[in-house]
Design a protein around this ligand. Structure first.
Ligand code: ISE
Length: 369
């Protein structure tokens, strides 16, 4: 006998109050606090983790709907997180009357259209990176926000909320170490999720985190990009190595190694004129045994950046309650820039040599040019 069939959505009776209380019984946050009813679109690895965070760690969040085109997956995550409803139609979920805000963690190619649908209904959005797979697909999101006349979009570059990166940015703002000159970034995954993951995808899928955090920490824009890759045996892609130049004369290098094998390992160091700040993401434990000692590595980003995801979600809820966008979170312009820079990286890797980066004019909605 296969897995029990999901409850047909048409026959799902609306939850009674006691159901809601019951299904939220495990929550540490009283449902009757000032609440924002949130739909999570996409119940895969990221969507399920976002749903868990919203349901159990963020005051003011009510997980109203978990939506996924796979009905069983939607139902399973809704059940596991105590969501009020499960659904399968993303576009219909965005416009539901009982949804105040939307977190988009569906496949990348759906991000822009769902974000625009939310903007057009005045609903705040937290869109997982990337805002869109290409800058041409991301630009209509910028246009939609400009038409709306207010910033409703937060993009999921959660490292901005990671305490060590916040310390790096604070060191830049303090100025005590002089000018930041170089930023070294290492981003290693255990292995590519599938054998046909390409070097270009390393740049467009993983590297945008480095592009965004460097912009955030340095407060500088990029003006050129160079990209290289070494030889690797076998069918798995080799690392990609990029060197970016900023308009402030700084250099940022990025190693993306999606097949590092040993663990999920993100490193960074910001080098100033009078010192440096190293990302010292200490492992939770060190084990001493068998005449050796060792520290564990996380298998993927969810554990390493758990605090950052939590803080990101909290900042999003605060921005919704206050109506003031977070001054830390990435906005739609930042999301556009990350994709735009990734496209320069793909062009550079294709043999474009040093590729200039010239952004389009930044709309006033996103601050001074
Ligand atoms: C993934 O989408 C992420 O956001 C992770 O932070 C990153 O390490 C991984 O390479 C991406 O695929």
């Amino acid at each position: 006998m296969g897995a029990s069939a999901p409850i047909p959505f048409a026959s799902r009776r609306p939850p009674r109050d006691d159901d809601r209380t019951m299904r939220h019984a495990h929550r540490r946050i009283p449902v009757n606090a000032m609440s924002t009813r949130i739909a999570v679109i996409g119940a895969g690895v990221m969507g399920a983790d976002h749903a868990r965070i919203l349901a159990s760690e963020v005051a003011g969040a009510v997980l109203q709907v978990v939506c996924d085109q796979d009905a069983e997956r939607a139902e399973a995550v809704a059940e596991a997180t105590g969501a009020v409803h499960a659904a399968t139609d993303a576009a219909a979920t965005v416009i539901r009357e009982d949804v105040d805000a939307v977190l988009i963690a569906s496949p990348d190619k759906t991000h822009a259209a769902l974000t625009i649908a939310a903007i057009e209904r005045g609903k705040p959005v937290l869109c997982e990176k990337p805002l869109a797979p290409t800058s041409a697909e991301a630009w209509p999101v910028i246009e939609a926000e400009v038409r709306a006349g207010r910033r409703l979009v937060q993009v999921g570059f959660m490292r901005r909320f990671d305490p060590p990166y916040r310390d790096m940015r604070a060191a830049v703002e303090a100025g005590a170490l002089g000018r930041p000159m170089l930023m070294h970034n290492v981003h290693r995954n255990v292995e590519t999720p599938f054998a046909w993951f390409t070097a270009d995808m390393a740049i467009t899928n993983s590297a945008p985190h480095e592009f965004d955090i460097a912009r955030f920490v340095l407060g500088s824009e990029f003006r050129a990009m160079s990209a290289f890759k070494p030889q690797r045996d076998g069918e798995r892609i080799p690392p990609v190595f990029m060197v970016l130049e900023t308009e402030a004369g700084q250099l940022v290098n990025v190693e993306i190694n999606n097949n590092a094998a040993y663990g999920y390992d993100v490193r960074g160091e910001l080098v100033f004129e009078k010192g440096s700040v190293l990302l010292n993401a200490a492992a939770p434990t060190r084990t001493y045994a068998d005449f050796k000692s060792y520290e564990p590595y996380a298998p993927d980003w969810r554990d390493r950046f758990a605090e950052a995801y939590r803080r990101q979600a909290m900042a999003w809820l605060r921005s919704i309650e206050t109506g003031r966008p977070s001054d830390i979170a990435a906005n739609a312009w930042d999301g556009f820039c990350a994709t735009f820079v990734a496209e320069a990286g793909v062009a550079a890797l294709a043999g474009g040599g040093r590729v200039p980066i010239t952004y389009p004019a930044k709309p006033a909605l996103y601050g001074p040019a």
